[in-house]
Design a protein around this ligand. Structure first.
Ligand code: LLP
Length: 421
């Protein structure tokens, strides 16, 4: 990350000295950069435009980071939202994302959430991305009661196998997501589904942290083929999210650039859809990680060292309740010291939670560390705070933003464990 560099042996993030920040605010905390966030969004959008895609709509996946101040920044840049709950719908609207730029995904939308979305003024949300026929029946029935027309997008399960961690793979029939082609095509006429609903789009989302785009290409091709077979006047084709980032240095050479990704999407749509019809649906994207992962770091303090024969544990004040990815997926996140030093010792960086899996990194080479020293966990802007919890009755950490004027702002206060009820 070029936005992370040492100046006078002290680590800076987005041009601010991290130690200065930690002198003013209690660790652990998430620190985000408006500049990186805006840059990532803008490059994604411009990449789509430059590859010739018509009127692309970028619906940021709120689940990756729903912080209201971050969403406000994205909303101002023109972003839409991919949401999966009533809570995320409320957050997106409050942050200024217009309803007509919101896609509502998820297999378990409740009646209450569906009604919330349907009651929004005008045509309401861009689409309900429907994941089952029972869901469609319920949406149609709700729309009928409210005298509305629900805008429906079928989420297609394209039956592909992307190369990624099995816990974040979603595009096969063994997964609970999406509808198979035959279910989509056989149910385009039934009145229980369509009296108050209209098919306006088709979507796919095959998984997350994708670095190899073979399955993405296949999925987009399937999206086009099924889209044409519906013979519906589709307003959009939604290619989902999933584009990965390089958490590990080995991933850097595999990392598809935005340009490569967009060219692949554009050429696949061109060949399998636009060349075969006069319809010109816009393209919707649902990225989360690629926009926000690198816009955030997690700053923590060393509490103490502990040596068990040849195992050297460095115990820090951040835990798996604050950042779950290493313990949940065995995910790699780089850990670096805030004070630059060449000396290296092998150690395990562990948190205070009473679980063996509460370990941010094993056998890492770091300088000798003592109580009070600062460490950062890199690339924690996505699926960090949003997946955190109060496990072990710990308060949730602070979230801070470095704005474009290098000013530091609290964008979510820390919870004090004494206030937990
Ligand atoms: N669209 C849908 C329908 C999704 O389910 C997801 C992510 C996205 C878009 C955004 O995917 P992204 O561009 O962020 O890869 N907690 C896991 C990731 C779970 C992803 C869930 N769905 C992790 O930390 O790796």
């Amino acid at each position: 990350m070029k936005d992370l560099n040492y100046k006078n042996k002290s680590l800076n993030f987005s041009k601010l000295d991290i130690e200065d920040v930690a002198n003013k605010h209690k660790t652990p905390f998430f620190l985000y950069s408006e500049e990186i966030l805006s840059h990532n969004y803008t490059s994604f959008y411009n990449g789509a435009k430059d590859s010739g895609l018509i009127d692309p709509l970028i619906c940021f996946a709120l689940k990756s980071n729903p912080n209201k101040e971050l969403i406000k920044i994205l909303a101002k840049l023109g972003s839409g939202a991919d949401i999966v709950s009533g809570g995320e719908l409320k957050r997106a609207l409050e942050a200024g994302i217009p309803a007509n730029k919101i896609v509502f995904s998820g297999v378990g939308k409740t009646e209450e959430e569906i009604i919330f979305a349907l009651k929004l003024p005008g045509k309401g949300i861009n689409s309900f991305n429907v994941e089952s026929l029972e869901e469609l029946e319920l949406i149609n029935a709700c729309a009928k009661k409210l005298k509305k027309i629900a805008r429906i997008c079928f989420r297609l399960n394209p039956v592909v196998r992307p190369k990624t961690h099995k816990h974040i793979s979603t595009g096969n029939k063994t997964h609970k997501f999406g509808l198979l082609e035959k279910e989509v095509l056989m149910n385009l006429g039934k009145s229980a589904y369509w009296s108050h609903s209209q098919l306006v789009g088709l979507s796919v989302h095959i998984g997350s942290q994708l670095l190899d785009l073979k399955a993405t290409k296949k999925a987009v091709q399937r999206l086009c083929e099924v889209g044409l077979k519906t013979q519906a006047p589709l307003e959009f084709l939604d290619v989902g999210g999933g584009l990965g980032v390089d958490y590990h240095p080995d991933e850097t050479k595999k990392l598809p650039s935005i340009d490569t990704y967009m060219k692949l999407i554009a050429s696949t749509l061109d060949k399998h859809f636009y060349k075969k019809t006069d319809l010109r649906p816009r393209v919707v994207f649902e990225p989360g990680r690629r926009i926000v992962a690198k816009a955030g770091i997690f700053v923590m303090k060393v509490l103490r060292n502990k040596v068990s024969e040849d195992n050297h544990f460095v115990i820090v004040d951040g835990g798996m309740n604050d950042f779950m990815r290493p313990s949940l997926y065995d995910a790699f996140h780089d850990i670096i010291p805030v004070k630059e030093s060449k000396a290296k010792h092998e150690c395990h960086i562990v948190g205070p939670i009473c679980e063996t899996t509460d370990c941010f990194g094993s056998n890492r080479l770091l300088p000798a560390l003592k109580s009070g020293d600062l460490l950062i966990l890199k690339d924690t802007g996505a699926y960090g705070y949003s997946m955190g919890s109060n496990y072990n009755l710990r308060g949730r950490p602070l979230e801070l933003l470095i704005d474009t004027k290098k000013k530091l702002r609290v964008i979510n206060k820390a919870q004090d464990y004494l206030d937990l009820t």
